[in-house]
Ligand binder design. Structure first.
Ligand code: ZN
Length: 93
């Protein structure tokens, strides 16, 4: 892949890469009728890299059902962050 000088190998090197950040192309997971998530690799101005996740979840029209869905999402996000963090510590040990 031919990248512009000064960018990382994975950087999209386009309008998304600015403000001293490098951003990859988005990786999209779409589950029609359920939701969509986008994962982007980012290198911040301080040189630290992270994965940025944005997601939309189709919520139930019923308020109670929607709250259960949101609670489930928060619980699973906590588990995801915990598992991903453990991988980082193992790799750097
Ligand atoms: Zn860049």
């Amino acid at each position: 892949m031919n990248r512009r000088p000064g960018h990382t190998a994975w950087c999209a090197a386009d309008h998304r890469c600015n403000l001293a950040e490098h951003r990859s192309d988005d990786i999209v997971i779409s589950l029609p009728g359920h939701g969509r998530a986008v994962l982007t690799r980012v290198r911040g101005a301080d040189g630290r890299e992270y994965g940025e996740i944005r997601a939309r979840i189709v919520l139930d029209a019923d308020e109670y059902g929607a709250r259960v869905q949101l609670r489930t999402a928060l619980t699973d996000l906590r588990g995801l962050l915990s598992r991903a963090g453990q991988l980082t510590r193992r790799q750097s040990a």
